[in-house]
Ligand binder design. Structure first.
Ligand code: G3P
Ligand code: MG
Length: 251
């Protein structure tokens, strides 16, 4: 296994419920030093760590995050869906995430989820404004990449914190030939394409633009090696614990 950057997608989601502190706290013991995680915002403007627009899949609550007040959200379990032993897990706040990162010095790719609902634009502004302050509170030794599928979220943050490292996410079905236009409009130097269907020629085109290329989500070691041999810089994976063991020669 080539020594390349392995990024833990939503933490170590085969071992513990994704995007919870109970999950992230497992990372140091597996020598995983890059985390990918997702931010959203509640109806009453609390920024939290959640992948989906809705609560239903990863909590025992239901409905849109942007239709939920934090005092209700914090009564829900974010772990009982995974295993009874994680029933105590909650949806983390952005502040809790920053405290975790500053304590462990784990590097992070924070993905800004596009905000949905009738108040979406104002809530997106509040998410980005609070995130900008969180960036200021982050230990300067922590490497930070901010990504989004939605260029507007990145441009909102860029107005507030122009020197952050920005990455644009692309799904394979949206990967039209305008990707260079979007990258240049955002001023991003890092591209996050989807793994499925990604070809050597496309990776080479991205590298020819001078972009850092980080591919999501790669759960096969042979595919990871192929991508790294093509010049990819990082992979996101759901099994960073297993990749880490291979890299360190533990198995
Ligand atoms: O950032 C890589 C990957 O997390 C993007 O997709 O849906 O898992 O957030 P998603
Ligand atoms: Mg993500």
């Amino acid at each position: 296994m080539t020594e390349k950057r392995i990024i833990a997608h939503r933490g170590l989601p085969t071992l513990a419920p994704e995007n919870t502190l109970a999950n992230f706290e497992l990372m140091p013991q597996y020598n995983v030093n890059w985390l990918e995680t997702d931010l959203g915002i509640t109806k009453d403007e609390q920024v939290v760590v959640l992948h989906d627009d809705y609560l239903d899949r990863t909590t025992n609550g239901s409905g849109a995050l942007t239709a939920t007040n934090f005092k209700n959200l914090e009564t829900y379990s974010a772990g009982s869906w995974f295993a009874k032993s994680f029933a105590h897990a909650k949806v983390p706040t952005l502040d809790q995430l920053v405290q975790f990162l500053n304590r462990t010095k784990i590097n992070v790719n924070i993905e800004l989820k596009a905000v949905i609902g009738p108040n979406a634009n104002a809530l997106a502004d509040r998410l980005v404004a609070q995130f900008a302050l969180a960036i200021d509170a982050l230990d300067p030794g922590i490497d930070l990449i901010v990504s989004s599928f939605n260029p507007i979220m990145l441009l909102k943050l860029k107005r507030l914190r122009p020197n952050v490292k920005f990455a644009v996410l692309f799904e394979n079905h949206t990967f039209y030939e305008d990707w260079t236009l979007i990258m240049q409009a955002v001023g991003a130097k890092i591209i996050h394409p989807q793994n499925e269907g990604l070809t050597k020629a496309t990776v080479q085109a991205m590298k020819a633009y001078g972009y850092e290329v980080n591919v999501w989500t790669v759960d096969r070691i042979d595919r990871a090696n192929e991508l790294f041999n093509w010049g990819v810089d990082s992979i996101f994976t759901n099994i960073a614990d297993q990749f880490s063991a291979i890299q360190s020669g533990a198995k």
